[in-house]
Structure formats: C-alpha cells, structure tokens
Design a protein around this ligand. Structure first.
Ligand SMILES: [Zn+2]
Length: 138
C-alpha cells in the first residue's frame, strides 16, 4: 500500500511542513535525523520527490541519493570520527518498508561499538545452480 505524497511524512519534511532536524538539502536529496535515532549519527537520506521504493525511483535520482550517502559517510568520518558505515534500505511491504517514500538509513560505525547491523540469517538449502539460472540478469 502506497501513501499519497500529500500524506507522506518525508514529503512534509521536504516542504518544511513537518518538524525535522535537516542535515543537508540539495536539488535532488534531503537528509535529516530520525525522530528516534537508533545509533549515534543515524541519518535518513531520501530524494526530495516522492518515489515509493526502489522499483519506483528513477536511476538518476537513485544515483543522487547514493552519492549523497557517500558524502555523508565522508563527512562523518571527519566530523564524528566514524570509521565505518552501514546503509540500510527496505523496499516493499515484504521488505519491511515502513515509510513508503524511498529512503536509506545511514549508520556511522566506530570500532567496538557493539552494534549488530548484520544479523544472523537462517540460511537456505537450495540448488545454487538452479537459483543462479533463475536470477541471472539479461
Ligand atoms: Zn513522500
């Protein structure tokens, strides 16, 4: 289920109609602190225009968002001494997306920060060659 842009909290932030601590704005991208940061430096980076998810966002806009992620990572390395970074993204209800305006969460990391942003997954017993033949692009 997709929200209309009028009802979208991230669109309201873009329009400055919702309270937010905005970190950066440019022609295509906006970044801000989430209401409840999960880690020190947790940042949400999204396009200014409303695209629901990775299936919806045009590639040039996605490139601008990813470029902004890199700029944020470089900035946080200098500014808050981050020595690593994780990018988290969800698309679709089944991908656990909660706000249906494309966005990427950036988590700055430091040595021994105790975070587990790469959870243990159950693994799967599949025929890798069959899976490969079904998944190949082109
Ligand atoms: Zn939106």
């Amino acid at each position: 289920m997709e929200e209309r842009a009028d009802d979208c909290v991230f669109c309201r932030i873009v329009r400055h109609d919702a309270e937010a601590l905005i970190l950066c704005e440019d022609e295509h991208v906006i970044s801000f602190l989430p209401i409840r940061p999960e880690v020190y430096g947790h940042t949400i980076i999204c396009p200014r225009l409303h695209y629901a998810d990775i299936y919806d966002i045009p590639s040039p806009v996605l490139s601008a968002v990813v470029d902004s992620c890199k700029s944020h990572a470089q900035h946080y390395r200098k500014k808050i001494n981050a020595t690593g970074v994780n990018l988290l993204h969800a698309s679709g209800v089944d991908g656990d997306q909660s706000v249906f305006h494309f966005h990427i969460h950036l988590f700055p990391r430091v040595k021994n920060d105790g975070l587990n942003t790469w959870p243990m997954l159950p693994g799967t017993l599949v025929d890798r060659k069959q899976m490969y033949s079904e998944m190949r692009l082109g």
